[in-house]
Design a protein around this ligand. Structure first.
Ligand SMILES: O=C(CO)[C@@H](O)[C@H](O)COP(=O)(O)O
Ligand SMILES: [Fe+2]
Length: 222
């Protein structure tokens, strides 16, 4: 297995929005690697969150860590340049939210960001066959997108195993990310299924001690 070094990416959807800069910085100071930035449009998903202005404000505040943008918006293409300009490091989108998946991947990479494709629990992996070699990351949703604090859907483990096999068979250095319901209790099984990049919102931001929670996750990853 050619997994890459583990990345823990707290989803700031579960942070305290009234003190977002401080809370994001606290998670990073507690040992997190990336910031996961969930963008919801009340159209592709039934919730409304944050956009490029908030990302830009985090950069101005001094957040220097990679910011991993998860776009739950439809259509995707017209918002990509705004996130790139605001300081996104990676931008991931859902294939069913783009008319032309290959074109959107190109748009993200041409804007200087890493590109990721996201698969919902009930979305087939079919298109991955055609674009895997153009991606920097594949994100497997382990909840239906739209809300934090949901329960991990176990069938995501089989999907992770399948994508891990595809990545390894092709000898690619694509990251395999998981998002939704990740906790210190289930992260060991998720890592064993092949994930190397772990998004966790509630588990980190609702913990009394961010550092202890992130450390427990790292121990369980092994
Ligand atoms: O994209 C999403 C939800 O749509 C996620 O990033 C969640 O925000 C993760 O939160 P938890 O399930 O870890 O609370
Ligand atoms: Fe997300």
């Amino acid at each position: 297995m050619s997994k890459q070094s583990p990345i823990i990416a707290p989803s700031i959807l579960a942070a305290d929005f009234a003190r977002l800069g401080d809370d994001t910085a606290a998670a990073l100071a507690a040992g997190a690697d990336w910031v996961h930035f969930d963008v919801m449009d009340n159209h592709y998903v039934p919730n409304l969150t944050i956009g490029p202005m908030v990302l830009s404000a985090l950069r101005k505040y001094g957040i220097a860590a990679p910011i991993d943008v998860h776009l739950m918006v439809k259509p995707v293409d017209r918002i990509v340049p705004d996130f790139a300009k605001a300081g996104a490091s990676s931008i991931s989108f859902h294939p069913e939210a783009s008319e032309h998946v290959d074109r959107t991947i190109g748009l993200i990479r041409d804007s200087g960001c890493q590109a990721g494709l996201v698969f919902n629990p009930a979305t087939s992996l079919d298109c991955l066959d055609y674009v895997l070699d153009k991606l920097d990351l594949v994100l497997i949703m382990s909840v239906n997108p739209g809300f934090g604090g949901q329960k991990f859907i176990p069938m995501a483990l089989e999907k992770l195993r399948r994508v891990r096999r595809m990545i390894d068979e092709r000898g690619l250095a694509v990251r395999l990310e998981v998002d939704g319901g990740v906790t210190a209790e289930n992260i060991g099984a998720i890592a064993a299924a092949g994930a190397d990049t772990f998004v966790a919102g509630s588990a980190i931001f609702h913990a009394a001690d961010y550092r202890a929670e992130i450390a427990a996750m790292r121990t369980a990853i092994g």
